[in-house]
Design a protein around this ligand. Structure first.
Ligand SMILES: Cc1ncc(COP(=O)(O)O)c(C=O)c1O
Length: 368
């Protein structure tokens, strides 16, 4: 068996290599590198794929989240609730506005936000909740939407890892007040560098986010307010247009890979496979299992030529970056436990049944 890569981007892109090259060359030869037709076309195509009115391409999801919160008027004195188990970007975007990040633990049976804890942490300073559809597994949106409505809070979906995931027939990113996507190369829809997109329900908010991401302007020198430079490059947009056409197929392949794992790992009593919330169709950005002896299993897999990963080794509360919150080890026991016991298995949409069976057999042999 050849080495099994965690994510084989070169193999994934092989069937569209020529189309990608042509798209890049068209931009290079066209001489227009910021904004323009490619960005507009990508935004239109992604909006239509998602089923929303409007999408704004941005430089990355981090700046997209930041621009969204700023455009909602979030700042000093406000609180924004999110999960302690996410990429640091989610929390950074909150802190950068001057608002206080309020972490919640993960739920007992999954890796997403514990919504009971969210309710407990809401107070008069709370302005926004950011549910993160982590690993491509949708959050319980009915419940989080009800919480937001009851307390008159805004909801920003962090869909960085969940392009195409479905909750009760609706794609994630279509339910909150706004939603943010990342096109970091390893994401389900990945670019060839950094990139992201934002959508917002309210056209006025969407307009502000678009302006905020482009120095507070709509036309060249008419700066209505100070913003930032967070634009999607024309070359990324052109390449993403090619990849967007593959996204549904890639997502089905990831689901197939997950189904093969579910079947192949059944019966290993010391290993927990991902739990799927009823009524949802995850897109398996990651396939994460919980095991008692994570590091030893990862080492065993590596020796057998199988890559694996840990997403993430630390919950945000224990990182030096959040020492100011005084919420070190012990504050978020479920997330901390998960970080010590989780292992992400290879999820490349290019993986074959035979390869997944090999990974499952290797894990079974480890536990024999
Ligand atoms: C959940 C989550 N939110 C936000 C981000 C930030 O995305 P970007 O790298 O596009 O800024 C990431 C990227 O890793 C992520 O996984």
């Amino acid at each position: 068996m050849n080495k099994i890569l965690f994510l084989d981007l070169i193999k994934m892109h092989e069937p569209i290599r020529k189309e990608l090259h042509d798209a890049a060359i068209k931009v290079i030869d066209g001489g227009h590198y910021i904004g323009g037709e490619e960005v507009k076309s990508f935004e239109k195509e992604m909006a239509s794929w998602l089923g929303v009115e409007n999408i704004c391409g941005v430089a990355c999801a981090t700046s997209g989240l930041f621009a969204t919160l700023k455009s909602m008027g979030v700042g000093t004195g406000d609180e924004v609730i999110t999960t302690v188990h996410t990429a640091i970007a989610t929390a950074e975007a909150i802190s950068l506005t001057g608002a206080q990040v309020v972490f919640c633990d993960v739920s007992a049976d999954g890796f997403n936000l514990d919504l009971d804890e969210v309710e407990k942490k809401i107070n008069s300073r709370t302005k926004v909740i950011i549910p993160v559809h982590l690993y491509g597994q949708p959050v319980d949106m009915d419940r989080v939407l009800a919480i937001a409505k009851t307390h008159n809070l805004k909801l920003v979906e962090d869909c960085a890892q969940a392009q195409g995931a479905v909750y009760k027939g609706r794609k994630v990113g279509t339910m909150g007040d706004a939603a943010v996507f990342s096109f970091f190369p390893s994401k389900n829809l990945g670019g060839f560098g950094d990139g992201g997109a934002v959508t917002a329900k309210d056209p006025a908010l969407m307009r502000t986010i678009r302006m905020y991401s482009n120095h507070g302007r709509e036309s060249k020198y008419d700066h209505e307010f100070e913003g930032i430079n967070s634009r999607l490059d024309a070359i990324q947009a052109a390449l993403l247009r090619v990849c967007l056409k593959q996204l549904d197929g890639w997502n089905s392949s990831r689901r197939q890979v997950a189904a093969w794992y579910d079947a192949g790992l059944k019966g290993i009593s010391r290993l927990k496979t991902p739990k799927v919330l009823s009524g949802t169709e995850p897109v398996y950005h990651l396939y994460v299992v919980i095991v008692p002896d994570r590091d030893a299993l990862a080492k065993h897999l590596k020796e057998k030529g199988i890559e694996s990963g840990v997403h993430y080794p630390y919950s945000l509360n224990v990182l030096p970056a959040f020492a100011r919150l005084n919420q070190g080890k012990g504050h978020f026991p479920k997330a901390e436990y998960a970080c010590e016991h989780m292992l992400s298995l290879p999820v490349s949409p290019t993986l074959t049944k035979e390869e997944i069976e090999y990974v499952c057999e290797t894990i079974k042999n480890f536990y024999k």
